[in-house]
Ligand binder design. Structure first.
Ligand SMILES: *Cc1c(COP(=O)(O)O)cnc(C)c1O
Length: 732
C-alpha cells in the first residue's frame, strides 16, 4: 500500500520521472497482463491494443504474448509516442486498489464464508479468448461466475484443468467440411504461475489407481480477486500417455474422461488441502467434477475419525450441485471396471465395497447393469441441487424423479437458479459510454437494480439507433475480414477473396445465429424451405441477411453435415453475399456477433436448451432475441421485449415439432420482425423497433446478469451449505 501511495503522490509531469518508481512501465504492464481483470476493463484493453493494433489482433488479444515482443526500452519509446504513461499508471493503480478492497456487497452478504471460501469446480473456464481452456457455453458460464464473484467480493476459489491444446480450432475446407486443428498453447504466454504448497514449493498432487499413480501439477491464474487453480498432468513422473491426459478438452475415450475427472475432482480437493485452503462450500458446476465429494469424505473420515456415513452426511451438507444437461444421454457414465481401476484405492480408504461405491452413482443401487452416473452422484451427495432455468428445473425434476420415488414431482429437491452473464465482459464499449451519459452515476456498481435500467427510456432514440448502427458496421467489417481471410486460406481465387470484402449491407436486417452444432439446436431450421428463405432474403424493399458461426464436436458427423450445408449456401447465387459463415466460433467471435447483429436467433427443440446465455449477452447491446420459448427465454419473454417462436408446446414426434416451429418462425419473421424493422418514421428511425430494444434492455439486463446469478447462489445455496444461515430453495 505504501508503495502505491508513493506512486500516486508523484507529480505526473515528466515521463522520465516514472523511471525512478519501484516498478518500471514494463513491469506495470506485465502486472496488468497477468491478472485477467484486464479482460473486462475497456480502458486496459484499449491500452494494450494501442501498443500495436495489428499484432494485438494477430496474437488473439493476448497481452503477455504482445509484451514479449517488446523490450522495456521499446515499450518506453512506444508509450512516449502515444502518451500512454498516465493511462498505464492509472490502470495499474486501479488494479491495485481493486485487489486491496473487499466490496461492500461481499462484506454484507457473504461475510460468513470468510476464511472458508466456496470451492467452485468446473471442467472448463471461458474467461477470455486468449486462454483457450473452454469449449462453449458451460465454460463461459464458469468464467462469468468467477468474474462476478470477484466483483461482488464473494470468497471463492475455482478449480479446473489446464489443457495445453485446449479445444480445437475450426477450419472449413473448399467443400465446407469441418477440420479440427489442435495448437499447443505456449504456457509462458498465459497468465499463470505455479501454485505453491504450504511449504512454499510448487505443488504436485498424487492419486493412486489400480493401474499406477497419477500426478498433476497445479497452476494459479488470477481472475480479479478470484484465484483459479488448474491441474495439469504433464509432469515428469507420469507415464507418457498420462502426460497427455489433460492436453485436450473433450478429447479421447471414456477412460481418458474418467481420468480427467479424477484429476479435476480428487486432485482438486488434494490441491486445496496442500495449499491450506479449507472450503466451506463445494460447488460442483456440472457432474464432471463430482468425484471431489468422494475425496472430501475421505478427508473428513481421516481428520475427524468419522464413519463413512457420518462423513458423507457432513460433506453433503456443504455441497452444492448444479446440473446443466436436460437429455439423459448427455451425462457421463462409467462402468464397474473403469470405476474400480480408478477408485479402488480410494474406495478402500473409504471402507466401502465396490457395490456400495457403484450404488452412489446409480438410480437403483442394487441394479448391477446400471453404470455409474456422475449426475446421480452429484444429486445424491449434495444437499442443494439446482437446474439453470425455471423450465430446466421442471425438466430436471421429472428426469430424476425416480431417485425419490416416494415424492411427487414438485417435492423433488432440485431447485433452479437461472444463468446470467457478466455484464462488463459482454457490453460493447460504445453502449457502455451511452449508458454512462444517461444512467445514474455509479450505475456499474448497481447493475442488479431494475431501477437503474429503467433509465434506458430516457435515452434519445436516435442516439441509441446510431450507436447500434456503429456497432453493426464494426461487426460487418469483422465478418468481411474473417471471411476473406478464410477464402484466401482455402486457396480460392483473387476475385472470391475480393468479393468477400464487400459482402453484407449495414442497412439490411441482420440475423445472427451461432452455437454448437448439436442436432437439437436445429441450426438449419430456418433452411427448411430454401425458396421461401431466398424470397425473403432478396425482397427488394425489405431484404434480410444472416451470419452464422459454430463448431461441431469432432466426432459429430451429423453436426458437421449441418455446417457443410450452411457453408455451401454461399455458392448459391440467391444467397451469395447475404449469408456468411464465420469459422472458429469463440468468445471473440461471439462478442462481435452479439454486439452487432439486429436479431439473435435461437431455435432449439424445446425443452432441450437448459438455459442458453448468448441471448442474454445480446440483450445488453440492444440486440433483439428471436427464439423458441426454451431455456432462459421461456421465463424472459413478456410479449414486447423481443420475439417468440411457437407457444412453448411440443409434440411427441420431433418431425411434427420441427414442422410446426418452422411454420411459426416464418410467421414471426414475415409478420412481426421484418415489418417492425423496416417501419421507419419521418426521421428515418424504426421507432417501434427501438422501443422494443429499450423494453428488452430494461426488463432483462439486470435479471439475467451473472451478478444476480451469483447473488442467488449466495443466498439460496452457499450460506446454507456453509452452515451459517438456513435458507430455502423452493423447487417451485
Ligand atoms: C456465450 C457463449 C456460448 C453460450 O451460448 P448459448 O446461448 O448457450 O449457445 C457458447 N460459446 C461461446 C463462445 C460463448 O461466448
Amino acid at each position: 500500500m505504501s508503495q502505491l501511495e508513493m506512486v500516486s503522490h508523484q507529480p505526473q509531469q515528466s515521463p522520465y520521472f516514472m523511471g525512478f518508481s519501484a516498478e518500471t512501465l514494463y513491469e506495470k504492464c506485465l502486472s496488468l497482463a497477468k491478472n485477467l481483470w484486464w479482460s473486462w476493463q475497456p480502458e486496459v484493453i484499449n491500452l494494450f491494443r494501442d501498443l500495436d493494433p495489428i499484432r494485438w489482433r494477430q496474437l488473439d488479444h493476448n497481452p503477455i504474448a504482445l509484451l514479449s515482443e517488446f523490450t522495456p526500452e521499446r515499450l518506453e519509446l512506444r508509450a512516449a509516442e502515444l502518451v500512454l504513461y498516465s493511462r498505464i499508471n492509472q490502470a495499474y493503480r486501479r488494479l491495485k486498489e481493486y485487489l486491496a478492497e473487499i466490496p461492500p456487497w461481499g462484506k454484507t452478504h457473504a461475510g460468513v464464508l470468510g476464511s472458508k471460501p466456496v470451492a467452485y469446480f468446473s471442467l472448463e473456464f471461458g474467461v477470455h479468448e486468449s486462454v483457450p481452456i473452454y469449449s462453449g457455453g458451460l465454460g463461459v458460464l464458469s468464467g462469468d461466475h468467477i468474474k462476478s464473484a470477484s466483483g461482488l467480493g464473494v470468497p471463492l476459489v475455482a478449480i479446473g484443468l489446464f489443457y495445453d491444446q485446449g479445444y480445437f480450432k475450426q477450419q472449413l475446407d473448399l467443400n465446407g467440411w469441418q477440420h479440427e486443428e489442435y495448437i499447443n498453447t505456449k504456457v509462458e504466454n498465459l497468465p499463470m504461475e505455479p501454485a505453491l504448497g504450504l511449504d512454499g514449493q510448487p505443488l504436485t498432487v498424487q492419486i493412486n489407481t489400480r493401474s499406477g499413480r497419477l500426478l498433476a501439477k497445479v497452476w494459479l491464474m488470477r481472475v480479479g480477486r478470484t484465484r483459479l487453480y488448474l491441474l495439469d498432468s504433464d509432469v515428469p513422473g507420469n507415464q507418457p500417455e498420462d502426460r497427455e491426459l489433460t492436453s485436450r478438452l473433450y478429447g479421447g475415450d471414456l477412460r481418458t474422461r474418467i481420468r480427467q475427472e479424477l484429476v479435476a475432482g480428487v486432485g482438486g480437493i488434494r490441491a486445496l488441502r496442500a495449499m491450506g485452503i479449507t472450503p466451506g462450500v463445494y460447488h460442483l458446476n456440472e457432474g464432471h467434477s463430482a468425484f471431489a465429494i468422494l475425496d472430501a469424505i475421505r478427508e473428513r473420515m481421516k481428520d475427524d475419525g468419522m464413519t463413512f456415513d457420518a462423513a458423507l452426511r457432513d460433506v453433503a451438507q456443504h455441497t452444492v450441485f448444479t446440473t446443466h444437461t436436460p437429455v439423459p444421454a448427455g451425462h457421463d457414465r462409467f462402468d464397474k471396471n473403469l470405476m474400480e481401476e480408478h477408485h479402488g484405492p480410494l474406495r478402500e480408504e473409504l471402507g466401502i465395497s465396490l457395490d456400495q461405491l457403484m450404488g452412489l452413482g446409480r438410480v437403483e443401487p442394487q441394479n448391477d447393469h446400471e453404470p455409474f452416473c456422475m449426475t446421480v452422484l452429484g444429486l445424491k451427495l449434495s444437499r442443494r441441487a439446482n437446474a439453470v432455468s425455471n423450465l430446466h428445473g421442471h425438466v430436471t425434476r421429472r428426469m430424476w424423479a425416480h431417485l425419490w420415488p416416494w415424492r411427487v414431482e414438485e417435492e423433488i429437491p432440485i431447485g433452479h437458479i437461472t444463468n446470467g452473464v457478466h455484464i462488463q465482459s459482454w457490453l460493447a464499449l460504445q453502449m457502455q459510454q451511452l449508458y454512462d451519459r444517461y444512467f445514474p452515476a455509479g450505475w456499474m456498481n448497481r447493475m442488479g437494480e431494475p431501477e437503474v435500467w429503467q433509465t434506458i427510456y430516457g435515452i434519445d432514440p436516435g442516439e441509441l439507433w446510431e450507436t447500434h448502427y456503429a456497432m453493426k458496421n464494426l461487426l460487418l467489417a469483422f465478418v468481411r475480414r474473417r471471411v476473406s481471410r478464410q477464402c484466401r486460406r482455402r486457396g480460392e481465387s483473387d476475385e472470391a477473396v475480393e468479393a468477400a470484402r464487400s459482402i453484407l449491407d449495414p442497412n439490411v436486417l441482420t440475423i445472427g445465429f451461432a452455437r454448437r452444432f448439436a442436432t437439437y439446436k436445429r441450426a438449419t431450421l430456418i433452411l427448411t424451405d430454401l425458396d421461401w428463405l431466398a424470397s425473403i432474403i432478396n425482397d427488394p424493399q425489405r431484404p434480410m441477411q444472416m451470419i452464422f458461426a459454430g463448431k461441431a464436436h469432432p466426432a459429430d458427423e451429423p453436426g458437421k453435415q449441418l455446417i457443410q450445408r450452411l457453408a455451401n449456401l454461399r455458392h448459391d447465387p440467391r444467397f451469395a453475399g447475404r449469408i456468411a459463415f464465420v469459422e472458429d466460433y469463440d468468445i471473440n467471435v461471439c462478442r462481435h456477433l452479439i454486439q452487432g447483429v439486429d436479431v439473435w436467433l435461437n431455435t432449439p427443440r424445446r425443452p432441450q436448451e437448459a438455459s442458453g446465455t448468448s441471448g442474454q449477452k445480446a440483450v445488453l447491446n440492444g440486440v433483439l432475441n428471436l427464439s423458441i420459448l426454451d431455456g432462459w427465454w421461456a421465463e424472459a419473454y413478456d410479449g414486447s421485449n423481443g420475439f417468440a417462436i411457437s407457444k412453448g408446446t411440443t409434440h411427441v414426434d420431433d418431425r411434427m415439432t420441427d414442422a410446426r416451429d418452422f411454420a411459426d418462425l416464418q410467421r414471426v419473421l414475415t409478420e412481426e420482425v421484418i415489418p417492425t424493422y423496416y417501419d421507419h418514421d419521418i426521421d428515418g428511425l424504426p421507432r417501434h423497433w427501438i422501443k422494443r430494444m429499450m423494453n428488452s434492455i430494461s426488463s432483462l439486463a439486470w435479471r439475467f446478469s451473472a451478478d444476480r446469478m451469483v447473488a442467488d447462489y449466495v443466498h439460496k445455496t452457499y450460506l446454507y451449505a456453509a452452515g451459517g444461515v438456513s435458507c430455502e430453495m423452493n423447487a417451485r
